[in-house]
Design a protein around this ligand. Structure first.
Ligand code: PLP
Length: 452
């Protein structure tokens, strides 16, 4: 495409190195430049309006013009725009937010460690695993097991936990000490005739075998998203986490819940851990924590973990980990206001009232000839496009069919996301109204027909 010299698109191509983008394709295709937002809608620089059917990157839960959050940020900026938490310093927003997070957490957590992103949260998890096991005199117990198609971020350690080839290839990852076990996608990986329960039993057995093969004295933790997001919205099969938890307990392996997407009502409960019966030792959360208005994320740890690392920090001299912006007061103030708004507006009841309509429209797409599976929970879902429905044959990555479908949806006024060769994902802001859910699915139906 030829863009006018000095147009915003030409300047973008000339200057911006885009994350998660085929960079050569971008040079031809150029950017969709979003210039404003209101409610569930965003506008591009040509004046076209879209429903943001992905809440940005699974995060803008309260939509695009939440004055309360803007005011919270401005107020805090005026009062104390920056302070930190190193060497016994603190500021009020991080104290208030830590207390609030603990009060709504899905487990009895003892302390909250603030970071700026999901990736930093999961890097922190890796460091906690190491620090804790050194502290308790088990220096050989350090390995962490992630899952194929799990997504935990892109920093060196977090990308290693991630089980997606694109995040490893050419980056020389994963790092040492990370293993990956099965992806719990029943549609794709179950044996013929295998029920969800049987599939879960087999996966838990495979996990146990992996732990035994590695040596249980070397395996420290298992990390899982309650619902795999960036792997294509993969909802765990019946009984999965119950069986996995039993294996983890048997071998004294931590359950790290990565609730970066599922935290704060996405699956129809406050936490994905509640929806799927997960009992985490530690938890990462981000994204909807601040409705994405400012970057902030958190790691919560249980008391045995805290006590061990506190002792170690005493003997070493300090817990030598932290970011300049850990507990940034403006981000923390916005996050606290976000959590208050969820309560004041009873967002949980709203999500529970509207997600049946979302899931009904989603599941109805399974009848479309291109759709192999329509899957989801709460207000998140995906359709998997297949080249051949009876055999579930996948499209080749180079076919770009999911990307094409997403482009058609965009032409019909809805922004969705393509993942891999075949998945089209949907994850709207939580404050979406039922009528707007229908608009999303009307557009997606048309897009599927266009793709046909
Ligand atoms: N963990 C999960 C489950 C995620 O979905 C993501 C991002 O999508 C991350 C971690 C990484 O978060 P961030 O992009 O904020 O580093």
């Amino acid at each position: 495409m030829n863009y006018a010299p000095n147009s915003a698109a030409a300047r973008d191509i000339a200057n911006v190195l885009h994350p998660y983008t085929n960079l050569r394709k971008h040079e031809e295709k150029g950017p969709l430049i979003i210039t404003k937002g209101q409610g569930v809608h965003v506008w591009d620089d040509q004046g076209n309006r879209y429903i943001e059917g992905m809440a940005g990157l699974w995060c803008a839960s309260l939509g695009w013009n939440e004055e309360e959050l803007i005011e919270a940020a401005v107020k805090q900026m005026r009062e104390l725009p920056y302070y930190h938490g190193f060497t016994h310093k603190s500021s009020m927003p991080s104290i208030d937010l830590a207390e609030k997070l603990k009060s709504i957490a899905p487990a009895d957590f003892s302390k909250v460690f603030f970071v700026n992103s999901g990736s930093e949260a999961n890097d922190t998890q890796v460091k906690l695993v190491r620090y804790y096991n050194n502290a308790v005199g088990r220096p050989e117990k350090k390995k962490i097991i992630g899952r194929i198609k799990g997504y935990h971020g892109v920093t060196v350690a977090a990308a290693s936990l991630t089980g997606i080839p694109l995040n490893h290839k050419s980056f020389d990852l994963p790092i040492e000490g990370v293993r990956h076990t099965d992806c719990p996608h029943h549609y794709r990986y179950a044996e013929p005739g295998e029920s969800e329960e049987e599939f879960s039993t087999r996966l838990a057995k495979n996990l146990e075998e992996l732990i035994i093969k590695e040596g249980p004295e070397t395996v420290a933790a298992f990390i899982a998203e309650p619902v795999m997001g960036a792997g294509g919205v993969i909802v765990p099969p019946e009984g999965y986490f119950e069986k996995i938890q039993a294996v983890l307990t048997k071998y004294d392996v931590w359950m790290i819940a990565d609730e970066v997407i599922t935290g704060f009502m996405r699956t129809g409960n406050m936490w994905g851990s509640q929806t799927f019966g997960i009992r985490p030792n530690t938890l990462s959360c981000a994204k909807q924590l601040s409705s994405a208005y400012l970057p902030i994320a958190a790691v919560m740890v249980d008391d045995p973990i805290y006590q061990a690392i506190a002792d170690e920090s005493k003997s070493i001299g300090a817990f030598g980990h932290g970011y300049t912006y850990s507990g940034h007061p403006v981000s923390a103030a916005v996050a606290l206001r976000t959590l208050q708004l969820y309560e004041e507006r009873n967002t949980l009841a709203h999500v529970q009232a509207i997600y049946p309509a979302f899931q009904k429209r989603l599941k109805a797409l399974a009848d479309h000839p291109l759709v192999g599976e329509a899957r989801g929970v709460g207000l998140v879902g995906a359709v998997e496009l297949v080249a051949d429905k009876p055999s579930k044959r996948e499209f080749a990555a180079t076919d770009g069919v999911a990307a094409q479908c997403v482009e058609f949806a965009q032409a019909h006024g809805v922004i969705l996301r393509a993942i891999g060769a075949g998945a089209v994902t949907i994850c709207p802001p939580l404050m979406i109204e039922e009528g707007q859910i229908h608009e999303i699915f009307d557009a997606l139906e048309k897009a599927l027909d266009d793709t046909d």
